[in-house]
Design a protein around this ligand. Sequence first.
Ligand SMILES: [Zn+2]
Length: 162
Amino acid sequence: MQPLTPQSLRASFVNTSKREAAEAIPPIKLDAIDWERHDIFGWTDRSNPLVAYVVIPVDDRPVGIMLRASKNKPKKTMCAFCEDIVDLSEVKLFVAKLAGPAGRKGDTIGTLAHANFSCSKHVRRKPNSMEGKADPEAFIAHRVDALRFNAERFARRVLGEN
Ligand SMILES: [Zn+2]
């Protein structure tokens, strides 16, 4: 994805107040991130473990989304973003307020996702024996595409586009 700056990150949020966007501070310096290896970028809030943020490119524009995590412990289940069949742990249900008037009315949507948003890493792993070793590069490219597609679809739903 395109590198984010503190300014573009803050400006990307679509379902927060200005104050909430200003308080969305990632735990790592943005210039230390290898953006080419990220399809999405997310983190958990430092002071509130039930709040998380994820930035998803939509038509090359970053869309920042504030999420609420369910209080339940992470379950072994499939992440709806990366659909990894190996790492099924630490997948949580997150709920996002919709952007605009719908969100102010209280409308939300949910998704299952890796609690630490490690999806970009999962889709870049080498295929295991069940997944076919013939063409690891094609396998990874396909999974990267799927992650981008799934994440973008979620972001568009938050935006109220579908
Ligand atoms: Zn994932």
